[in-house]
Design a protein around this ligand. Structure first.
Ligand SMILES: [Zn+2]
Length: 88
């Protein structure tokens, strides 16, 4: 069992969260097909710190930006995908 420290809910079991995808930059809407193919289908599968999007689907239902070490599963940082100052 691993605890993820949600910035809104506090420490919660990992089973409450769903991995969405790596936090790679999104291509421009008018980018070519190759750029979109790479974004949608290809993964870097890097070792070490990896930026990811997670969803706290059994808690606050917020999307979180998590940096996780893929070698040790250590959670390096957890932040809201949308800063508080950007909320309506
Ligand atoms: Zn939460």
């Amino acid at each position: 069992m691993q605890l993820l420290n949600c910035p809104f809910c506090g420490p919660r079991d990992q089973s409450e969260f769903t991995y969405l995808r790596e936090a790679a930059p999104v291509p421009a809407l008018d980018a070519d097909t190759a750029a979109w193919h790479h974004f949608v289908y290809l993964r870097e599968n890097q070792r070490g710190p990896h930026a990811e999007w997670w969803h706290h689907n059994h808690g606050c239902r917020q999307v979180l930006h998590i940096v996780r070490d893929t070698m040790t599963h250590e959670i390096i940082s957890i932040e809201s995908a949308r800063p508080l100052e950007a909320r309506p």
